[in-house]
Each structure stands twice: as C-alpha cells, then as structure tokens.
Design a protein around this ligand. Structure first.
Ligand code: IPE
Ligand code: IPE
Ligand code: MG
Length: 248
C-alpha cells in the first residue's frame, strides 16, 4: 500500500476530523470514554506514519467549541485524557523530531491542561520534522471572529489600512497563519460534514470520508486516503483542459 504513494505528490498539510469514538465504544458495549481512550492509538499511528512519509503538517481536530456542551463527565474525562496523553507521548514526539502546537481557545482549557500543553510545545519547539497541531476548543467561526477582532484592532491603531485587507492579509490573522491550507481533509466514521472545523482553510481541500471509526484508524487507512487524493484532479476553478496544459 505504502509503495503506491507517489512521494513527489504528497499533501503538505493533512487535517483530520477524528470522529466515531463514541460509536466505537457503543459497539463494544462500553462507555463512550472507552472509545476516547482507544483513540490515542490511532493518533500515535497516524502521527508516526505522517512523520515517516515526510508530511509537513498534520492537524487533528480533538475538541470543538461545541464539544463543551457534552455531558460534564465526558468533558472532564476528555480533558484528563489530554493531559495524560501529552505527558506519555512527549518522549515519542521528541524521538520523531515532531513539533507540537495547538490552535483554539487555550484559555477555555483547565489550567492543568494548559500547563501540560505549554510544556510539551516548549520542549518540541525547535523540532524540524512534522508539525502536529491539535485543534482544542477550536472552531472555524471562532478562528474567523478572532481574526476580525485583531484586524479591527490593527486598523484602529493605524497598523492596517482597510484598503489593504484581502484574502492574503486575512489568512495571516488566523490561528493557522504559519501553515499552508490543508490539501487533504479526512473525516472518519462516515460523517459527511465539516462540523465547524477549518472553515476558511478548507476552501480548496480535497475531502476524504472514511467509514472507519477513529479508534480503528491506522496508517494503512491514511495511505488509502493519500492514494485517493493523488488520483484527483485539483482544478481551482479552472477547466480540466487548462490544468492539463499546465501539467504538460
Ligand atoms: C470524536 O468522537 C471525539 C470527539 C469529538 C471528542 P465522538 O465522541 O464524536 O464519537 P461519536 O461521533 O459519538 O461516535
Ligand atoms: C467534530 O466531531 C469534532 C471533533 C472531532 C473534535 P463531533 O462528533 O463533535 O461532530 P458532530 O456533532 O457530529 O457534527
Ligand atoms: Mg462525533
């Protein structure tokens, strides 16, 4: 499977909506939290495989703004799991030259989480391999509204002339400013929606929906998604003929 991947045409940035933990647990007659615990294995495998392939950016949707509305016990269990996972996995990140970062409203997270995350980010900040971005208390609308606030502030301070506001400048105010937009977005568990993920950044992403529930997702499934991506024709509004002319 891995041999069928064209290393010349890898996406630089893969974004994943890790979905289906609850259903995975339910199928096993277990509680939802059991699904979240088993999700960590998938995160580890996909991160390792991405680093090995030479993918530059992997962004994982781990907790949305809307997920705060889940039952309190589930939210608490997820936050605890986040702390223990970062603590356990940081060694592997160091070993694999992975740089960790996060996007989302970090202030919303419990203090312990914020501390653990900040430490791991600091420890891996000079790594030059894969950049692993965890989207935590993240939503696309939050990101856009934040960008608007910051731009408004800079306009008020005279740093930005309203005439200079364009898509390029706007992108620089988003939480993903240092990253290219994802060429490939994967969602697991067969769900066909964006659920307030990277709304701006997904404008031209290729979308791949996998039926696999996230705790069962492994590197082979990632390879399948990349191979599928490599078969697509990305037209960016142009005609197929124009695209083929450019490629000749
Ligand atoms: C994804 O799995 C994990 C989070 C959103 C935190 P879910 O918990 O959404 O699992 P399902 O969709 O209920 O199966
Ligand atoms: C999206 O999954 C958020 C994450 C994977 C973190 P959800 O399970 O929360 O999405 P909906 O509610 O089914 O749209
Ligand atoms: Mg879900």
């Amino acid at each position: 499977m891995k041999d069928n991947i064209n290393s010349e045409n890898l996406p630089q940035h893969i974004a994943v909506i890790m979905d289906g933990n609850g259903r995975w647990a339910k199928k096993k007659g277990a509680r939802r939290v059991f699904g979240h615990k088993n999700a960590v294995k998938a995160v580890r495998d996909v991160t390792e495989a991405s680093a090995e392939l030479g993918i530059k950016y992997l962004t994982l949707y781990a907790f949305s703004t809307e997920n705060w509305s889940r039952p309190k016990a589930e939210v608490e269990a997820l936050m605890k799991l986040l702390v223990s996972t970062i603590r356990k996995e940081v060694k592997t990140l160091v070993k694999n030259n992975v740089k960790l970062q996060s996007i989302g409203n970090r202030d919303d997270l419990p203090k312990g989480c914020q501390r653990e995350l900040a430490e791991a980010i600091e420890l891996t900040k000079d790594h030059t391999g894969l950049t692993l971005t965890l989207a935590l208390s993240y939503s696309g609308r939050w990101d856009i509204v934040n960008a608007v606030k910051d731009i408004a502030h800079d306009v008020k301070n005279g740093k930005v002339d309203p005439h200079d506001i364009n898509t390029n400048l706007f992108s620089k105010y988003l939480s993903t400013d240092k990253m290219p937009d994802p060429e490939l977005m994967i969602r697991t568990s067969g769900e066909m929606r964006v659920s307030n993920f990277l709304l701006w950044q997904l404008a031209y992403s290729e979308i791949y929906i996998s039926p696999i529930l996230w705790p069962d997702f492994r590197r082979e499934h990632l390879y399948e998604a990349i191979i599928d991506y490599q078969k697509r024709e990305r037209r960016f509004g142009k005609t197929s003929e124009q695209v083929n002319l450019l490629n000749d």
